[in-house]
Design a protein around this ligand. Sequence first.
Ligand code: SF4
Length: 434
Amino acid sequence: MKKVAFHTLGCKLNFSETSAIGRLFTEAGFVTVTLAQRPHVFVLNTCSVTENADHKCAKMVREALRAAPAAFVIVIGCYAQLKPKEIAAIPGVDAVFGAHEKFKLLEWITDWHKKQPNESATIRVSPIQEKLTFSPAYSIGDRTRTFLKVQDGCSYACAFCTIPLARGPSRSATIEAVVEQAKAIQDVKEIVLTGVNLGDFGIIDAQRQTNFFALIQALDEVTSIERFRISSIEPNLLSKEIIDFVATSKRFVPHFHIPLQSGCDKILKLMRRRYLTGLYAERITHIKAQMPTCCIGVDVLVGFPGETEADFLTTYHFLNELAIAYIHVFPYSERANTKAAEMAGVVPQQERVKRARMLRILSEKKLNDFYRQHLGQTATVLFEYGADDGVIEGFTENYIRVQLPYQAGLANKLYKVRLKEVNPEGMVVPELSS
Ligand code: SF4
């Protein structure tokens, strides 16, 4: 039996695509193993957003070959689409597949012999603009939640971002295909809708044919799934009708992750984002008016070119005032072929690190406040598999992480709980009520 191992860098979309490619290998007779089990084939799914993507990619290839020196190494993903030649030059890489080709790699590879040091790796990467089809994918990681890819690519042009270059323009599955896929997913209580620019859902065959609001209305009728979660949505696309629908929906949970990137209008304009802080604050106010317990997460990029100390403090104060629960902070790092890489006003690295640290501290405080606001209240928890260190963990509808001493039989079940206290690990301890 041929053995294959996978490693994924980057976002949920990459994880769902790795799973989809994994299923293709299974259909072809492979069994999925870990690196320690010395696979015949190793597939590395890369990310271009990850800092030091090149180093991480080379490091992972080295690690894989240390564990399985004879493994046939295939590199796919956003970084493979952007820098195929650099990846092909990494010692031990046998094949590099682009965004278009990765779902067909088993058809492309006919010769599985490991390349000799004097042979070059096979490269199959076509220009991204040729990639207009949508390839469905879903992951089943912890077996309680599935990340279902419903949209791919992005047609925005944010100044710092390489994703449109790596994944091409926005395109989607049809609503019928997503509903069918959601119905076919078995034994999983929660589906997380995933995409690059999820709120832009609805472009099929290069034409806008439907929209995200219509998708969530259709999914709300899928009775075999208990919960749907929206992974991330741009503030300009998070319309009031979507917020109002989630507030009264049967299955969509009160949790939004809304990229902000900067809380300073000058920087938002330089970043070429499609909203200003006024719109963002208005969305948060509307969400909280409709769903007071809603969890709101934010992405922020610090140290963008031109961001002065005063601009950063404007962002800090803006975030401090917002009714949000957590912040994912990213220090800006230069990316080739982006507008931002040519901009003046480069912020020194140590300043980027300092600003990121300040926002991470603010995020911890916000999360702690959010958790404490809910103590004494009841919630429904979906417990996860995995009993590391004798504990079992899960999430409430509004994304409060709870932890209990391990009890058999809780995993993949929804339980009503009362949220009792915050433990030293920063998680909430619940009391089971039914
Ligand atoms: S919305 Fe902007 S940041 Fe997000 S994927 Fe598109 S271009 Fe990149």
